[in-house]
Design a protein around this ligand. Structure first.
Ligand code: ARE
Length: 551
């Protein structure tokens, strides 16, 4: 492997481990710094550099040899596909995004969910406490119709929350993994959407709910009714007749991956959904990825995540498989499991805590810009190099309060948050509606995302915040046209107190990024303010700034 280091240093030594011994390799000059060629045998391959000014590891320059914070490189698969690196995602909750065919929508009271009749709501009504029982009637033909809008926004990939047949409006309690919900337009609509996306060079990621099934799924029904059925072993039943489920939610019985039948139906068999749908999609977001495992627990979690990812990639070489890892993503991702993860712990949570002064549940938190930098950089530095740019990096989702609501409608802070999202390494994801200023109907005393963060997309343009939309469009364009923002490394930058600042660097070109909660005075070198396109130099007042230095 050939390693290149961009540096002004004229000499340096590459330090790496081989069979537990530290090896030294003097580096040769290269046009923008130093390079070295090394044999690589084991994965992860850990290394750092000795330069005249000190040791350079994943946490920057240090005076002594970094013991833990060295760079490391994974050799084994899976690796994220090229297309996913820095790609701009858009998340859609299908029941709430757009209605293409009104006749497909479920009718008021058409079936019972949780013992009560489902409700059909009008598009303009706010979501309420009935949550999973409330249907608005969005469908996949609607998503298809919206493609020109999404393409104009600059989106490159869609992530859809579940689309397979299910009795609830969120569809996380699957009834049939081989049937696209008829209320969403069935397989016909999925195929039409997939083909239209392909024609535009866009990608489609589906939600893989493989930790649990819905209680109405025939496999679970058999297991429940007949203790001697082969299906019984797919789940974990306890002596008192109860069974393992997602978070103790009875209508979501948990799959046991120790069962050969579960393995066959979810991983190895030709019909396993993770394989089956790879002809009409480009990858998966694995629901509750941190919980998947054996015996009603997450035992052998890494093994089964690895197997699921491999299965998808066997069907489609450039499939992307990332996880919903609600907690620390690092140990799971270092274990060669998935291509990436939803970046909650290492991005969304600290950023929103800093800007809103509250945690996910509304409790006050105080975070300084310096603390934020540490939280963000720690995760970044700890992630495998090749995965950093494939992290599904977000601010809002269908599970957490919308960013604009959390910021109490403060548009400037909302813009700061999104500018930071696009300036940071990873694949930035816009949750449908955030770009036009969609917020939530609940009062601040009720500090919750679900069900309030799932309001229907307002298609009446009079309701859009056009200024926000233009701002988001600009950020998307910058991400796509500046390789430093898309693929560049992350480096610290000196900044006044209260300001989060960093550099992104790729092949000698840099973008400098600054963020603050309030307007601050920055002194800058001559450069281009990428958001306005204007040249700036010297003292500038700003809350957020993306600068391409000219000298
Ligand atoms: C419904 C109600 C909720 C109620 C819940 C339990 O709406 O108000 O609290 O039931 O009775 C799906 C639906 C939900 C539904 C749920 C159960 O979308 O509407 O909730 O099923 O029927 C944790 C998990 C994480 C999970 C979130 C929701 O670790 O895996 O909680 N996310 C996925 C999906 C969900 C989906 C499911 C799992 C189930 O993305 O949409 O829910 O398939 C902190 C905590 C995390 C917590 C996170 C919440 O970070 O540390 O542990 O995640 O908050 O975002």
């Amino acid at each position: 492997m050939e390693l290149f280091l961009e540096t002004e240093a004229r000499e340096g030594v590459l330090l790496y481990e081989r069979d537990g011994e530290l090896q030294k390799k003097p580096m040769a000059p290269w046009e923008r710094g130093l390079k070295a060629r090394v044999p690589v045998h084991a994965s992860p391959f850990r290394y750092c550099f000795r330069l005249p000014q000190g040791y350079l590891g994943s946490h920057g320059l240090e005076r002594t040899l970094p013991r833990y914070d060295r760079f490391f490189h994974l050799l084994a698969k899976p690796l994220p596909p090229e297309w996913a690196l820095g790609a701009v995602f858009y998340q859609i909750f299908p029941d709430r995004f757009r209605q293409g065919r009104p006749e497909l929508a479920p009718k008021e009271g058409a079936w019972l969910y949780g013992g009560r009749p489902i409700r059909k709501k009008a598009w303009h009504e706010p979501p309420g406490e009935d949550g999973a029982r409330e249907f608005y009637g969005g469908d996949l033909f609607g998503v298809l119709e919206a493609l020109p809008y999404l393409e104009a926004l600059g989106v490159e990939a869609l992530y859809l929350t579940p689309i397979f047949q299910s009795p609830s409006s969120h569809r996380y309690d699957t009834e049939d993994y081989h049937r696209v919900d008829p209320h969403l337009g069935g397989e016909e609509a999925l195929r039409a959407l997939y083909e239209a996306l392909e024609a535009r060079g866009m990608k489609l990621i589906l939600d893989g709910v493989f930790n649990h099934v819905g209680a109405t799924h025939p496999w679970f029904q058999k297991a429940l009714e007949d203790p001697s059925s082969p299906e019984r072993g797919m789940f974990t039943f306890y002596p008192d007749g109860s069974y393992a489920s997602f978070w103790g939610v009875k209508h979501m019985p948990k799959l046991d991956y120790a069962s050969a039948l579960t393995q066959e139906r979810f991983v190895f068999g030709k019909e396993a959904p993770v394989r089956y749908w790879m002809r009409l999609a480009h990858g998966w977001r694995l629901d509750v990825a941190h919980s998947i495992g054996e015996g009603g627990t997450n035992r052998k979690n890494a093994r089964w995540l690895r197997a699921l990812a491999r299965a998808a990639k066997e069907e489609r070489e450039d499939a992307l498989v990332f996880g919903e890892l609600s907690y620390d993503t690092v140990p799971t991702l270092r274990a060669h499991t998935l291509d990436g993860a939803m970046h909650y712990a290492g991005f969304a949570h600290p950023v929103m805590e800093w800007l809103s002064g509250r945690d996910l549940h509304g409790n006050p938190v105080e975070l300084e810009a310096e603390d934020l930098w540490r939280a963000l950089f720690d995760h970044y530095a700890a992630l495998p190099l090749q995965l950093r740019h494939a992290m599904y990096t977000l601010l809002s989702s269908h599970d957490i309060p919308r960013a604009l609501w959390r910021l109490r409608g403060d548009k400037e802070r909302f813009k700061t948050a999104y500018a930071l999202l696009f300036a940071f390494p990873g694949s930035p994801a816009v949750y449908y509606g955030d770009e036009v200023g969609l917020s939530q109907p609940n009062p601040y005393e009720v500090w919750r995302g679900d069900p309030y963060c799932r309001a229907p997309f307002p298609w009446d343009e009079a309701l859009w915040d056009k200024d926000l939309l233009a701002f988001l469009r600009r950020l998307i364009l910058l991400k796509k046209t500046h390789p430093a923002l898309r693929l560049g490394g992350l480096l610290p930058l000196k900044a006044p107190p209260g300001v989060l600042a960093f550099r992104r660097r790729h092949r000698g070109r840099e973008v400098w990024a600054f963020f603050a909660k309030e307007e601050v005075r920055l002194s800058l070198p001559r450069g281009v303010d990428l958001l306005s396109g204007r040249e700036v130099a010297g003292e500038v007042e700003a809350r957020y700034l993306l600068l391409e230095p000219l000298e």
